[in-house]
Write a protein that binds this ligand. Structure first.
Ligand SMILES: *Cc1c(COP(=O)(O)O)cnc(C)c1O
Length: 382
């Protein structure tokens, strides 16, 4: 089976993990700050805090921004459920904004309409979780203007988008984002098996995130409330969790970051090959924002409708090609329906979800494997 995404593991990755196994530290050792520094340097972020998943990173991000019962957090339906669930972990209420039909990211015009309505009813959101879908940055020029006018904070869920750029900046260093979150799950651009990271320019948010990933415990002398107890002393200053990443995972992640430019170049080359090979077929290829460069976590095509999508999905799966659907609209998941959301609430996200199909794209996908995907898809659509 050719999957839609998978990891690329080198001899260097194997050696990096083995070196940790032979060292004194399996967790909370030197590989974690090494991984954090490698990612922060690459994207141009001031602070980086590694954790055991992007889901944990999103939870910590909400908590560090003060999200709690009575808060409102908005995101889009076209995302993985974790982008919304992070708000629920904190007891906040979730709202959604529709996507636009070209980028499949948040529709800034719909966001503005909903913000105006929310202001009229005194129910403005505290936080927007923006999702850089498929690896492409959102329309952050428009979002920055709305942020200034309406005063919400931004958590950029860049689980798909490490290595993407907007203008001259890499995702992770965009000023609009109070916190950016990356995922290092094996299907993403770089992997640490399980893993995630928060990036921020704000040292206080980073300090808070470091405490929250480890029970809310502070050991840094200058930040202790009682200072002269002794070397064994620590304080639990707030309620946190055990969201720590291991040194095994961090060593793998740091080793992978050394190859990120090669990963991105291969994904972009594969996307270009798809763009050319699929141009004459009756389907919609992904659109790219002119001032941005996608990391191409996904290559989603749009088919005629739900019925054709199902046929194409089944024919490709039978041929050993692991196409996938990203995403079922989050607001239509039973958990969110139970909170009052219903079909028709976000028509563009629902229209998109009925006809989208993600084709295989990952660094180790060979030209001949991709040619087989293209040939099979061409035959099925003929
Ligand atoms: C993968 C993903 C997550 C969750 O990542 P984990 O590291 O598996 O927790 C969150 N948001 C989006 C958009 C994702 O694609």
């Amino acid at each position: 089976m050719i999957p839609y995404g998978r990891q690329s593991i080198s001899h260097e990755d194997l050696a990096a993990v083995e070196a940790v196994l032979r060292s004194d530290w399996l967790t909370q050792g030197p590989a974690v700050p090494r991984f954090e520094a490698a990612v922060a340097d690459y994207v141009g972020a001031r602070q980086a805090v590694a954790v055991n998943s992007a889901t944990s990173a999103l939870h910590i991000a909400c908590a560090a921004l003060g999200v709690g019962p009575g808060s409102r957090v908005w995101t889009v339906p076209n995302t993985f459920v974790a982008s919304a669930n992070c708000a629920r972990y904190c007891g906040a209420e979730v709202g959604f904004v529709d996507i636009d039909s070209r980028s499949y990211c948040i529709d800034a015009a719909d966001l503005e309409r909903r913000l105006q309505a929310a202001r009229a009813s005194a129910s403005l959101p505290d936080v927007l979780v923006s999702v850089d879908f498929a690896g492409q940055p959102c329309d952050y020029e428009a979002i920055a203007k709305l942020k200034a006018e309406f005063g919400f904070r931004v958590i950029e869920d860049a689980s798909h988008a490490i290595g993407a750029t907007l203008g001259d900046l890499r995702v992770g260093a965009l000023p609009v984002a109070d916190i950016t979150v990356f995922s290092f799950h094996p299907v993403k651009i770089v992997t640490s098996a399980e893993g995630g990271m928060l990036l921020t320019a704000d040292a206080r948010i980073a300090d808070s995130a470091r405490r929250l990933r480890s029970h809310g415990i502070e050991r840094e002398l200058t930040r202790l409330e009682n200072k002269d107890e002794g070397g064994w002393y620590y304080e639990q200053q707030e309620l946190g969790w055990n969201y720590r990443i291991t040194d095994l995972q961090a060593a793998l992640g740091a080793s992978q970051v050394a190859r990120i430019d090669a990963f991105l170049a291969r994904r972009r080359a594969l996307a270009l090959r798809y763009d050319n090979a699929l141009a004459a077929l009756p389907l919609q290829r992904p659109w790219q924002r002119p001032n941005a460069l996608s990391a191409y976590h996904l290559y989603p095509i749009l088919l005629r409708g739900a019925e054709q999508r199902r046929q194409v999905y089944e024919r490709l799966r039978e041929a050993g090609i692991g196409v996938q659907v990203h995403y079922l609209p989050v607001h239509l998941q039973p958990y969110y329906r139970a909170q009052g959301f219903a079909p028709g609430d976000f028509p563009v996200a629902e229209w998109y979800a009925d006809r989208t199909l993600s084709l295989p794209i990952y660094a180790d996908l060979t030209d001949s494997e991709q040619d087989r995907v293209i040939a099979t898809l061409t035959e099925v659509l003929r």
